[in-house]
Design a protein around this ligand. Structure first.
Ligand SMILES: [Zn+2]
Ligand SMILES: [Zn+2]
Ligand SMILES: [Zn+2]
Ligand SMILES: [Zn+2]
Length: 310
């Protein structure tokens, strides 16, 4: 059960590691309007007039956030349009500085509703095309939409595909990366009474051609301080469910064992934590496992990840 014992290459389909996530560029959030890349529209949807629609698409681009405007579309008394989100943030027209008021632009709304558009994550590989209402619904669950950075304990706003997030975790958060599906991880903390300011710890495991985030944290359930270890899967929920994991912690003849299913990083770290879907260790038990004088937390968490039979 040595950590990192099995190498990445040993595992059958590791060359497919990122195949599920499409070809995604470095940058996470699509900054430009999706319509500029209209090739896929013509091939997949057989839509006509995509090129002549470019002017319409530009009309529908919010001048502030550059996103596509959906009804309700607002305008200033001089006719400058902007999206609802931006309208709630500014009080004067960004172009003529006139006070905005509450004027809708119904003509543009009609045009917006009439268009069939590619998913905004087309640049990440989504090839679906939608009428605008269903497009919004789809985009909320599009499997090509970027993931949020899984690092907890900081307000990191980085998003991207799995491959770029793995690089980001390594380079920017200095997260430990391990190859292998079994691990023995030691958590040492000098001042275990300090639950409020507990450092969040994250380790990433490469295994079965995927990445799994092992979180370890301290927080209060009600007034009771607890430690919790849980695994998140760097990918979608459908794939996360194909795996199981176990965690063990113990000492002095006692042992706690948890078996669970890794949660997709689509579920925020806080959501998973608050659902207590992981190995929970009461602080008094954690200190018992640590031995010594209860002044230091010294936990050895052993774990294993495996693939459930299809
Ligand atoms: Zn806007
Ligand atoms: Zn204006
Ligand atoms: Zn999509
Ligand atoms: Zn981050």
């Amino acid at each position: 059960m040595a950590p990192g014992g099995s190498s990445y290459q040993d595992i059958g389909d590791s060359h497919n590691a990122y195949a599920d996530y499409g070809i995604a560029p470095e940058n996470a959030e699509p900054k430009s309007s999706p319509f500029r890349k209209s090739t896929a529209v013509n091939i997949i949807g057989g839509n006509h007039g995509t090129r002549s629609n470019t002017a319409v698409h530009e009309l529908l681009e919010c001048p502030i956030c550059m996103n596509l405007m959906y009804p309700p579309i607002h305008q200033c008394p001089n006719g400058h349009t902007l999206c609802l989100k931006c309208k709630t943030k500014v009080h004067v027209c960004p172009i003529c500085r006139h006070e905005l008021g509450n004027i809708r632009c119904l003509a543009l709304e009609k045009i917006a509703e009439s268009l069939e558009l590619p998913c905004r994550y087309q640049i990440f590989g989504c090839q679906d095309i939608f009428a605008y209402h269903s497009r919004l619904r789809h985009e909320q669950n599009c499997r090509f939409r970027p993931y949020n950075c899984p690092y907890a304990g900081s307000e990191c706003t980085v998003t991207g595909d799995i491959q770029s997030l793995v690089a980001h975790l390594k380079n920017d958060h200095k997260v430990d990366m391990h190859d292998g599906c079994t691990f023995n991880h030691r958590y040492v903390k000098a001042n275990p009474q300090d639950v409020e300011n507990a450092t969040w710890m994250l380790t990433v495991f490469n295994c079965f051609g995927h990445q799994f985030c092992l979180h370890f944290e301290a927080f209060n359930v009600g007034v009771a301080p607890v430690y919790m270890a849980f695994l998140r899967f760097m990918g979608d929920d459908d794939d996360a469910k194909k795996f199981s994991y176990s965690l063990e912690v113990g000492g002095f003849g006692r042992k706690l064992i948890w078996q669970g299913v890794p949660r997709s990083i689509r579920d925020s770290h806080k959501t998973v934590r608050d659902s207590l879907d992981g190995l929970l260790i009461q602080r008094s038990m954690a200190l018992f496992f640590s031995g010594g004088d209860r002044k230091e937390l010294k936990l050895k968490v052993a774990g294993r990840i495996w693939r459930e039979p299809l």
